[in-house]
Design a protein around this ligand. Structure first.
Ligand SMILES: Cc1cc2nc3c(=O)[nH]c(=O)nc-3n(C[C@H](O)[C@H](O)[C@H](O)COP(=O)(O)OP(=O)(O)OC[C@H]3O[C@@H](n4cnc5c(N)ncnc54)[C@H](O)[C@@H]3O)c2cc1C
Length: 482
């Protein structure tokens, strides 16, 4: 039987993972003939680590997901710098910007998302792209552009104080730039934090050298001069970085009748309304599950790889609960569940602890004995313990102060993951549990490198690497973040 011709459009974090997993299940290409079409000119890389490149602590090579040889070694036809411009679902052909075309049996849309430029005068040029003196942050080319325009002492405005805005402002401050973070909502990260947490986070940003302006929107950008705010104040800036959110990249799908600006709707098999076209990652919408995050993209890739190769025809995607993490310098923030919105459900028991002078805050919403949501700032042990309780659904201990301060589990996971139940998720990006890691340690003989290779734990944001090291045993102390 001829192999199924699968074409993946988009060689980002979802497309790259899908291609890897397909080849893992079908190494010789007997079942699937694979073509990947990527608009960027370089092999896929880990976008989540871009702020490390921005602050100069990482290089493009450090965050590469694939080397240049990867496609050749894995029988993948890789078209780099190739933008898909039209999808003909009747002829089952995808047309590329250079005039060529690729036929498919099954098409996978993995086109990700693109930064959104708010309707503020002077931010966009006539084509809708960032104007002179304005940048967005989505890829390595953006990092290079921002690096070229900033440096020690250069005034920079960052517009948008969500997770990406805070991370970007702190990264640029670490480069020595004079950063002003402007956010129109009354406090930072208002989609994830309540006002107290937002206020403490702003204090931590200020301590890291970032000027924070909240409650005021930018109304006009002036190239080489800066940004005017709605109260008439002026933020001087040689560069304005816009971090105001992303929108799913769906132009191709919409023109082919498969989605809207909100995303491409898919079912639990990642199928669009056309059974020969699938979508995953940031461009896809599964019900009202959260998107724009790495974990769903990689979980979806595993399901689709099972289905496309026939490795598991019963595989179905079930969204996992989202947990927001902010890691920047010394700031450690975790937020999830009901407390995300700062709204407390009437049934919930809400506990909180704040020490603004030390930059610490914990708020936990409990539904009976279940952790329903939390915001934890500057208390990494509490953040880890509460996340474990949330993930596993285990009852919260009755010692509420211990719960708030991170003494709810026998010992903090960073110190000793051996105490945790097998079902504990150690690597959230890759959905790797403690049981997966201990099984891999048994099979491979242990060692961080072997565990990472076997499970991919720590290859996303890299946060869990200390825990993976602890579970790997004494074999080696190396390991990788990417
Ligand atoms: C700076 C930064 C930090 C982040 N931090 C986190 C984090 O801490 N945790 C988290 O969960 N998520 C984070 N994210 C989000 C995460 O990176 C995305 O959820 C993830 O990259 C989604 O993968 P994707 O493949 O769907 O999209 P992408 O990785 O964006 O890949 C899409 C690819 O498709 C290509 N493409 C688009 N259209 C076409 C076309 N027509 N033809 C060919 N190619 C096309 C694009 O060029 C791109 O290479 C962060 C994102 C950024 C930018």
């Amino acid at each position: 039987m001829n192999p199924l011709k699968v074409v993946i459009v988009g060689y980002g974090m979802a497309g790259a993972r899908l291609a890897e997993l397909v080849r893992e299940r079908d190494p010789e290409g007997e079942r699937v003939e694979l073509t990947v079409v990527g608009a960027e000119s370089r092999p896929a890389y880990n976008r989540v680590l871009l702020s490390g490149v921005l602050d100069g602590t990482m290089t493009a090579d450090d965050i590469a997901l694939h080397g240049r040889q990867w496609a050749r070694d894995n029988q993948v036809r890789l078209l780099l710098g190739a933008t898909a411009v039209r999808l003909d679902r009747v002829a089952r052909v995808i047309h590329l910007a250079d005039g060529s075309s690729v036929g498919y049996d099954v098409l996978v849309l993995a086109t990700g998302s693109r930064p959104w430029l708010p309707p503020v005068g002077g931010l966009a040029d006539e084509r809708g792209a960032p104007a002179r003196g304005v940048a967005t942050l989505r890829g390595l080319d953006d990092c290079a552009r921002i690096a070229a325009l900033t440096g020690p002492g250069v005034p920079v405005a960052v517009l948008g104080g969500g997770v990406l805005g805070v991370e970007t402002a702190l990264a640029l401050a670490r480069r020595g730039a004079g950063v002003t973070l402007v956010h129109p909502a009354p406090h930072l990260m208002e989609r994830h934090l309540d006002p107290t947490a937002g206020m403490i986070l702003a204090g931590l940003c200020r301590a890291a050298g970032v000027r924070v302006v909240t409650g005021l929107a930018a109304v006009r950008h002036y190239p080489d001069e800066g940004v005017k705010l709605e109260d008439g104040a002026f933020v001087p800036a040689a560069l304005t970085v816009v971090t105001a959110g992303v929108r799913p990249e769906t132009d191709l799908a919409v023109a082919a009748g498969l989605g809207s600006a909100e995303g491409v709707p898919v079912d639990d098999r990642l199928r669009t309304t056309d059974p020969r076209v699938h979508a995953l990652g940031d461009c896809a919408r599964v019900g009202d599950a959260p998107s724009g995050l790495l974990r769903p993209a990689w979980e979806q890739a595993a399901v689709l790889a099972d289905l496309l190769t026939g490795a598991d025809r019963t595989a179905r995607y079930r969204p996992s609960p989202a947990v927001t993490r902010l890691r920047a310098g010394n700031i450690d923030l975790t937020a999830f569940g009901a407390a995300h919105l700062g709204l407390d459900s009437r049934e919930a028991e809400v506990l909180s602890y704040a020490d603004p002078a030390r930059g610490t805050y914990a708020k936990v919403a409990l539904d009976g004995d279940q952790v329903a949501g939390a915001i934890v700032l500057g208390l990494p042990d509490a953040g880890a313990a509460l996340t474990q309780l949330y993930d596993t659904g285990r009852p919260a201990p009755t010692d509420r102060p211990a719960l708030l301060l991170g003494r709810a589990l026998p010992r903090a996971v960073e110190d000793d993951p051996a105490h945790l139940p097998d079902s504990t998720v150690i690597c959230r990006c890759n959905s790797v549990t403690k049981a997966d890691l201990t099984r891999a340690a048994r099979v491979t003989g242990g060692g961080v490198t072997a565990l990472v290779r076997a499970t991919r734990a720590s290859t996303g944001c890299g946060d869990c690497l200390p825990r993976v090291r602890r579970l790997a045993g004494p074999h080696d102390t190396t390991g990788t973040q990417t």
